[in-house]
Unconditional design. Structure first.
Lengths: 221, 471
């Protein structure tokens, strides 16, 4: 039958003609390495559009980039401290504009605490230059706190009740900020208690304190 | 963007698509400049940069900015800025943000952890009655910041007034959908102009203008417009007779691209603009153009052939396209490997034996468009990455040049001679200057490419969106 014909000889399961190679024709070489990273193209790309509107938009874009960096909504990644504090850095800092968000439009938990830095951001989708909206230190801290709160299950309900309770008690004549600060302080204390790492257990390693003494000529034993 | 979950926890969400819109900011701002002048441009710029603002805040800021650019002695009046703002609201380029919803029984139970924001459809473009009287304030020239110039102290805010703002709580934002509608209309008009002639594009433009406010942005076609209405709303000075207009309309309706369709005969003929078809044609044209630029015009011919005939076998492709077998095969496989073309199997026997199956080449516009869109996103990523890399590499040089510029500016301000200036300029050596030139050129090219890729992204996204919205 047709099946026996191919015994001992190379044959294909499909009609080789339909794919386009003739019988006995040389098949293309087998590829043994990944394709080059920047392959040569036969056709070069079309040049960019030029004109008044394009030039204007280009200038606008670069200007916007600069302006956005100075906006209070643009929160920069905290840089690791370089080895040497450069003198010029003091003069190259960009000054951000002051800004107080409209707290009525935001969730309550975003209100800053008394002792923390101000200028926490509000909505996510604004102001950041690139696609890094949620990834910055302030937010990471908040997320961790939220997660800790969530992970306690019943504890979070208790906290809510606490908030309501304290709100009713101190309704007359107290600043809202103070209220929040009090509640936040309560939360903080709770959080610190739940901390797995008790601060007093910190043991100074062998290297602690040695680095600060630059003139140590003697060897350490 | 946040939402209150049932359990009382506030959930936050990042809107990726909104973030991608930032690529398009220059285009939005430039469009507003063309439509409403510098005032409109600055209004939209402020709204885009700050997300949302109250009308009084916008007017104040824009007036201040305009006053700086105008010559000494003249100031910008608030009224003018307010007028432009109201124009923008009337044509829906700016809209109100959702407001805080205060239920009547707010004293029972604790306030929710996050406010509930709602907006009434009819309030969206309602401009509050403000009587903003005032003029823009010019900032002192010493407060102007040159790039990187060290500042001794923070710039003083012009009169931080503690009085309550009259329209407190009413925030405005830029209506991006309206801009997209405008871009789409622009694309359609220019497509018609390229395909036919100026007059037909003017007719289409008139039709689009008439349906601007009557048709929602995601409708598949405009309301039917009668030929009489179109005739009346043609721009003044465009004197073509009614008969000629009718001829043009018939021509447009018969065109195979089907941008314009005829929906009835009353009123001299009712015509609609078919957005779905228009966007599909634009997306197809984009695909064809990409193939042509990447693989050559023969490949483009094959592509158009398969598109037209819907399904073709290998042999048929060779015959219809009149291209030798080997080349045709090569091109088909190239396009197949990049997913512009796909294979459709039609088995002759139930066991799908390959030797007894038809393999047909076909083009699926929607999936090819999605694939191309994905590639566009990747291109933009690459462009941005490369630009950041280039800037980082030359950071030291850039900072040095900034410092030198600042020094020159300050020396010039205090009056200096030619020799001094020359000495300072020589602080940057010639090869460094060369390097700076190259860097600037490259960065500009990359930036311009980003803007242009975004145009393609817009077309493809609009097309894909229009196919998804169909009932």
């Amino acid at each position: 039958m047709a099946g026996n014909k191919g015994r001992g000889r190379a044959s294909y399961t499909f009609n080789i003609e339909a794919v386009g190679f003739g019988r006995g024709e040389k098949l293309p070489d087998v590829v043994v390495k990944p394709p080059p990273l920047f392959p040569d193209t036969d056709y070069k790309p079309v040049p960019l559009k030029t004109g008044e509107s394009e030039d204007y938009m280009l200038a606008l874009k670069q200007e916007l980039r600069g302006t956005m960096k100075r906006k209070p909504y643009f929160i920069e990644k905290p840089e690791e401290k370089p080895d040497i504090e450069r003198y010029s850095k003091k003069y190259m800092q960009t000054y951000k504009e002051e800004w107080i968000p409209d707290w009525r439009r935001l969730p309550r938990e975003m209100m800053p605490r008394k002792k923390c830095r101000k200028d926490l951001k509000s909505k996510n989708a604004q102001g950041t230059d690139k696609v890094s909206s949620l990834i910055n230190a302030a937010d990471v801290l908040k997320k961790i706190e939220e997660l800790e709160k969530k992970g306690d299950g019943e504890k979070s309900d208790e906290e809510n009740e606490e908030k309501e309770g304290s709100k009713e008690k101190s309704k007359d004549g107290e600043d809202e900020d103070n209220e929040d600060a009090e509640q936040e302080d309560d939360d903080e204390e709770e959080l610190e208690e739940e901390n797995d790492y008790v601060n007093s257990y910190f043991e100074d390693g062998d290297d602690f304190g040695v680095d600060s003494d630059d003139n140590m000529d003697e060897a350490t034993y | 963007m946040y939402q209150v979950h049932k359990r009382g926890v506030v959930e936050y969400e990042a809107h990726c698509s909104r973030v991608l819109r930032m690529l398009r900011y220059p285009r939005y701002i430039y469009t507003t400049k063309a439509l409403y002048g510098d005032t409109g441009e600055l209004i939209i710029e402020e709204l885009l940069l700050n997300g949302k603002m109250t009308m009084s805040a916008v007017v104040k800021k824009v007036a201040d900015r305009l006053t700086e650019t105008v010559e000494d002695g003249k100031t910008m009046d608030y009224a003018e800025v307010s007028n432009t703002f109201m124009q923008l609201a009337d044509t829906r380029f700016v809209q109100r943000c959702p407001m805080v919803h205060t239920p009547e029984n707010s004293d029972t139970g604790p306030p929710p952890p996050a406010p509930n924001l709602v907006i009434n459809e009819k309030d969206m473009y309602l401009v509050p009655k403000l009587s903003l009287i005032g003029k823009g304030k010019r900032r002192r020239s010493s407060d102007e910041d040159a790039a990187g110039e060290p500042k001794a102290k923070r710039p003083k805010h012009p009169t931080d007034n503690k009085e309550p703002i009259p329209d407190d709580g009413i925030y405005w934002q830029a209506n991006l959908d309206r801009f997209h509608q405008h871009f789409r209309d622009q694309a359609i008009v220019s497509a018609v102009a390229n395909r036919m002639d100026q007059t037909s594009s003017e007719i289409v433009r008139a039709m689009l203008r008439m349906s601007e406010v009557t048709t929602s942005s995601d409708a598949p076609f405009t309301q039917p417009l009668s030929s009489n209405e179109i005739f009346r709303s043609l721009p003044v000075g465009y004197n073509i007779s009614k008969q000629v207009l009718d001829q043009y309309l018939t021509l447009l309706a018969d065109d195979p691209l089907e941008f314009v369709g005829k929906s009835g005969d009353s009123g001299g003929g009712m015509y609609v603009i078919n957005f779905c078809k228009a966007l599909a044609s634009l997306a197809t044209a984009t695909l064809e153009s990409v193939i042509q630029e990447r693989f050559g015009s023969r490949c483009a011919r094959i592509f158009r052939l398969v598109l037209q005939k819907k399904h073709l076998e290998q042999k048929q492709v060779e015959d219809f396209a009149m291209i030798p077998a080997k080349e045709a095969k090569d091109m088909l496989y190239k396009m197949l490997s990049e997913n512009f073309i796909s294979l459709q199997e039609i088995p002759k026997t139930p066991d799908h034996a390959p030797s007894r199956t038809f393999y047909l080449y076909t083009v699926n516009i929607l999936s090819a468009a999605r694939m191309l869109l994905h590639r566009c996103y990747k291109s933009v990523t690459n462009l941005i990455e490369r630009r950041q890399f280039e800037t980082k590499e030359n950071k030291r040089l850039l900072e040095k040049s900034q410092r030198v510029e600042a020094i020159i500016a300050s020396v010039q301000a205090t009056g200096a001679e030619e020799a001094q200036l020359q000495e300072i300029e020589e602080m940057i050596t010639a090869p460094e200057r060369q390097q700076l030139e190259t860097l600037k050129r490259n960065v500009n090219k990359l930036d311009a490419s980003e803007i242009q890729v975004d145009e393609t992204i817009f077309l493809l996204e609009s097309y894909i969106e229009s196919t998804m919205k169909r009932q």
